[in-house]
Write a protein that binds this ligand. Structure first.
Ligand SMILES: [Zn+2]
Length: 301
């Protein structure tokens, strides 16, 4: 059963299509989260400030991870005995809450989850990213051809017509567009996480956005969904699952979380280091060393 998420990708996914009017403004505003690319370290006793999600999704690690249980209200792991079901606590909480909420609305089959990350992060099989506890793969919500909700049958490819054939059995399924949209929407509106990407194929995005517009969802919500849903240009098309990545936050960006994509303009601003002259003088007063006029460094008395 193939579940390769981005294993063919030598680099993190990048946008394929040119930025539209809306996307351009978001992209232009906010590459702050990636601005420090390559300057992350490794959590250790010598770097106690690094914790949680550290580094970028394609080269990071994590501490304080939580394991997603094998099953719970409205969700189940695709690989019950897999070792890559560890994520940052807020991601695991969001998965559980979204799954429970959609189960309350729709009942029926659980949301099935592919890999998250290894307990301490780093490279795992089948993926290039998924290294810093911020990534998870969501299998499709499916219907049988008669319209009955059906448990995800693995990583099956959904075509532009919304149909999917299970290669193992030859059975035909349909994307459960209504429930799939509710899942996307619930993550976007989650109080636990900030969504950075939902990598999926262009045609699945089109099906979901068409449905959202027809249903009269708020323009702002639809725009955010259009912005974060993207078919990666340099990895598999993601027509057999959605790859969800959460963004760094103002807090986690101070403890080593980095990049993985744009920091969208609707997210709370990241902290910046803007020191005034007065700040510098205040700091200087506590410096035990002073540079004399002859460039000699002496200890402050
Ligand atoms: Zn993935």
């Amino acid at each position: 059963m193939s579940s390769s998420c981005d294993s063919k990708s030598p680099t993190p996914p990048h946008p394929r299509r040119p930025p539209g009017p809306n996307r351009r403004s978001a992209l232009g505003a906010v590459f702050a989260a990636g601005a420090c690319g390559g300057c992350f370290g490794t959590p250790s006793a010598l770097a106690p400030q690094l914790q949680g999600s550290v580094g970028m999704p394609h080269n990071g690690v994590q501490t304080g991870a939580v394991e997603l249980p094998r099953s719970g209200k409205g969700f189940a792991r695709f690989r019950p005995f897999g070792t890559a079901y560890w994520g940052q606590p807020e991601l695991v909480t969001a998965i559980r809450e979204v799954a429970e909420r959609t189960e309350q609305s729709f009942g029926g089959p659980a949301l099935v989850l592919g890999d998250l990350s290894a307990r301490w992060g780093g490279k795992i099989p089948r993926h290039n990213s998924h290294r810093s506890g911020r990534d998870v793969d969501l299998l499709w919500h499916l219907l049988s051809v008669d319209g009955t909700p059906h448990t995800a049958v693995g990583f099956v490819r959904v075509g532009p017509d919304g149909l999917a054939t299970d290669p193992a059995t030859g059975r035909l399924y349909r994307l459960h567009v209504e429930r799939q949209w509710e899942t996307v929407k619930a993550f976007l509106l989650s109080d636990d996480v900030q969504v950075q990407w939902m990598f999926c194929s262009q045609w699945v995005e089109a099906l979901l956005i068409d449905y959202a517009r027809a249903r009269g969802e708020p323009d702002e919500l639809v725009w955010r969904a259009e912005t974060v849903m993207l078919q990666p240009a340099d990895s598999l098309p993601h027509d057999d699952h959605i790859h969800l990545r959460i963004s760094c936050t103002p807090k986690t960006s101070l403890t080593g979380c980095e990049g993985g994509g744009p920091y969208w303009e609707w997210l709370p601003p990241l902290p910046t280091l803007e020191l005034t002259r007065a700040d510098l003088q205040e700091i200087g007063q506590h410096d035990p060393l002073v540079v004399e006029a002859n460039d000699e460094v002496v200890a402050r008395e």
